[in-house]
Every structure is written in structure tokens, then in C-alpha cells.
Design a binder for this molecule. Structure first.
Ligand SMILES: [Zn+2]
Length: 418
């Protein structure tokens, strides 16, 4: 058991405590979070004094591909998404298992360094699975499913079942199924993925409504995706569904009982209604959205409709860092009418809600996992704590997952005597 003490403590987006402290129990959960003076009456134990910084809930990165970390700045974007995909396939071609493992390892390290305590990672064929399983960060591993041939959909599902059969889930590790996108997954396979998610009681998510090309492909059966899939001989017997992305997902039953929808960059009013009705979650990836020069995202309107909108970094193949703190700073500087509390909510609680973990992560209250980040900034003050947290110079100095220190910038002997 030990105590973190700091000038400020943010228990949730709306609750700042002056001279705060968090008591972390041996089981990795929070026993107390509140004013420092109140903790002294509980019981004496080692204490870490963090000075003028702020203790906050660890950040939740609700969409990333850690295995692509080593593709940072390797792909050039000419504004055509399918050209980006072609380069991605080409660059990854021939990567060994150890290359994937190193990429994942660096991705985890960089996530922890930026205060992220939970990652929702997409893994292809379980590459670097051991690296992921043994890492100290909390993670939901989504297994990416790709197969556009409906005749072999069942084989793909049986491969998925084999792949996950040896994985023991635990507090730090859960798994899910991730049909990649409507241009790489057949309608039949989408239905099978949804069926498996219900049968195994696991999360299900997909990339959707990401580009205008995707809409053209699904509604008219033309455009860049047709050329891409043709080059890979994937279009045999395909019939265009003539539906926009969310309507298509709704018609294949994918939205039933909710799911996690990555991107949703282009939505009609009717599609927003379908997302709202199904209580599905949306993940917005702000800087990746900027990288691809998409039109302004509708996240604020979605939030107004009580749709849960979480944040993701996506991979370093379309972003500069794996930091949710950087994503929140980006929103703060680009969308000035959004309250900072709401931005912080998107980087913490909204991710927890999407993962159905809102009673365990995303806030600092007794019984929650001690998933914590400590942020240092020159501009910190009690009246507007977010000026400090979202200032360009703010930095994560300490990251804790389930009570275990996973990153310490100063790496000094921290504990005071009892
Ligand atoms: Zn993605």
C-alpha cells in the first residue's frame, strides 16, 4: 500500500482537489482519493510526493495499431486513401515476427510515457502476441479480420477461434473481434463476427465511414476501392450493396446491441440516428483525421445526441505520437467551443464506457483500478486546472497501471520513509 500526494488531484473531469492524495492498495485498486490531510487518519504507509503536478486518471487510447509503430513517417500521403493503404501493405511485406514485436514494444513504451494506461489495439494474425500479453499496460486486443470472399467466411472465423483459444484473459488483458472495414470484409463475414461477439461475449468494432471513397464504393460500386480490390482479385462475384456505410452495417445486424465504430468521419442525419438508436460508441482520431485532410468531424453534434465519443490515436503510420494527451491538446486548440472538461472526458471516461469498464477505469475513486497519470506543467492553477494540463509544455512524469509504476520520468528513489 502507498500514497501519491500532489498539489492537485483531478478525480474526474469536473472534480479538482487542492492538496490531493490517492491511497493505492496492495490489490492495485484505489482505497482513498481526496485531500491529503484526510489520508493521514487512515493508516501510515510509504508516500510519493509529486510536488506541484496534477494526479489524473490514466488516459484510454480507444483505437490504435501498435504493430505499425515502426512505420512512423514511412508513408507519404497524396490525399488518396487507397494509395496510403497500398504503401502500408508494401512496407509491411516481409516483416518478421521479431520486427512486429519490436514495433509493438516501442508502441507500448511510448503509450505509457504519455500517460496512457489502457490501449485498444488492433492486432493482425496475433503478431507479437507474447509482447502484448506480457506488457504491463491494460489492453483490449482486437483481432483484425480480413476476407472479402463470402464463400470462405466460416474458415476465417474458425481460424480466429483457434487463434484466441490459447489466450488467458485477465484484469490487464481482454480480447475482441475486429472486422477490418466494409471493403475488406464480406457481408456474410460481418454477420459471423457479430454472432461470435455475442456467443463469446466479447467486444466488436470496425473501421467505418472513414473516407468519401468508401461511401462511393458502397453506394455506387465505383472509385478507388474498386481499383484497389481488383488489383488483389478480391471483387469476384461482389455486388454493390448500394447503401451508405452505417446503413449497410445496420442492415447486416452489426449495430444491434451496440458496438464500437472507428472514425465515422462522414455521416448523414439518418446514420447518426442509427448510431444513437443502437447505443453504439464512436471513436474519433483527431490528428489522424487531420493527416488525411478529412472534413470537420461531427463529434460535438454526436455528443449532443448523447452518443459516446472516445478518442484514439490510430497508428503512427498516420500520426506523430501515440499520446491521448496530445490528441486532447489538439482538440483544445482546434475546437475552441468545446469545454475542456468534455475533452478530458473523451480521453478517459468515454473510452472506459466504450469498453464497458466505466466502473473500473477512467476516474479516481475507491474501488477503481489505480490507473493513474501525473502531469507536470508550468501553468497549473486550481481555478483552471485545464490551462495547465492542456498547455503545450505539459508533460506526463509518472504512469501507474493497477498500482504498478510503469513509467517514471525522473526514475529516482521516490518513496519517503513511513
Ligand atoms: Zn485504424
Amino acid at each position: 500500500m502507498y500514497v501519491l500526494r500532489s498539489k492537485y488531484l483531478l478525480k474526474d473531469p469536473e472534480n479538482v482537489v487542492d492538496n490531493g492524495a490517492v491511497l493505492i492498495d496492495d490489490d492495485g485498486r484505489i482505497k482513498f482519493a481526496g485531500q491529503s490531510k484526510d489520508i493521514d487518519n487512515i493508516e501510515p504507509c510509504p508516500s510519493i510526493d509529486l510536488g506541484d503536478s496534477v494526479i489524473v486518471p490514466g488516459f484510454v487510447n480507444t483505437h490504435t495499431h501498435l504493430e505499425l509503430t515502426h512505420l512512423h513517417k514511412c508513408i507519404e500521403s497524396d490525399g488518396i486513401f487507397t494509395n496510403w493503404i497500398r504503401q502500408l501493405i508494401d512496407k509491411k511485406n516481409g516483416w518478421s515476427e521479431s520486427k512486429y514485436a519490436l514495433s509493438v514494444r516501442d508502441g507500448i513504451e511510448s503509450s505509457l510515457k504519455s500517460g496512457t494506461t489502457t490501449v485498444v489495439d488492433i492486432t493482425r494474425n496475433g503478431a507479437a502476441l507474447n509482447e502484448l500479453k506480457t506488457s504491463k499496460i491494460r489492453k483490449l486486443l482486437f483481432f483484425e479480420i480480413i476476407n472479402f470472399n463470402p464463400d470462405t467466411a466460416e474458415n476465417t472465423i474458425s481460424d480466429f477461434k483457434k487463434l484466441i483459444s490459447g489466450i488467458n484473459t485477465n484484469d490487464l488483458l481482454s480480447i475482441g473481434i475486429f472486422p477490418h472495414a466494409p471493403y475488406t470484409v464480406s457481408e456474410r463475414l460481418y454477420r459471423e463476427c457479430k454472432k461470435i461477439s455475442n456467443e463469446y461475449n466479447i467486444d466488436v468494432a470496425t473501421h467505418i465511414a472513414e473516407t468519401e471513397d468508401e461511401i462511393e464504393f458502397l453506394t455506387k460500386g465505383s472509385g478507388h476501392f474498386v481499383s484497389l480490390l481488383d488489383d488483389f482479385n478480391m471483387l469476384n462475384n461482389w455486388r454493390c450493396p448500394q447503401q451508405s456505410p452505417i446503413k449497410y452495417l445496420n442492415n447486416v445486424g452489426f449495430l444491434e446491441k451496440g458496438c464500437i465504430l472507428i472514425h465515422c468521419n462522414y455521416l448523414s442525419d439518418e446514420e447518426i440516428y442509427l448510431i444513437e438508436k443502437s447505443k453504439s460508441n464512436v471513436v474519433f482520431c483527431p490528428r489522424s483525421h487531420e493527416y488525411f485532410h478529412h472534413e470537420g468531424h461531427l463529434f460535438s453534434s454526436l455528443k449532443d445526441r448523447n452518443i459516446n465519443v472516445a478518442l484514439g490515436t490510430d497508428s503512427l503510420a498516420s500520426n506523430d505520437t501515440l499520446s491521448i494527451l496530445d490528441e486532447m491538446k489538439f482538440i483544445r486548440s482546434h475546437y475552441q467551443d468545446i469545454r475542456p472538461q468534455d475533452i478530458f472526458h473523451m480521453g478517459t471516461i468515454a473510452g472506459a464506457v466504450a469498453l464497458k469498464m466505466e466502473n473500473r477505469i477512467g476516474m479516481l475513486y475507491p474501488g477503481f483500478y489505480a490507473d493513474i497519470a501525473v502531469i507536470e506543467s508550468e501553468n497549473m492553477n486550481l481555478n483552471n486546472i485545464y490551462d495547465g494540463i492542456f498547455s503545450q509544455s505539459s508533460e506526463c512524469v509518472l504512469t501507474i497501471v493497477s498500482g504498478e509504476i510503469c513509467y517514471d520520468r525522473n526514475q529516482k528513489e521516490m518513496f519517503d520513509k513511513c
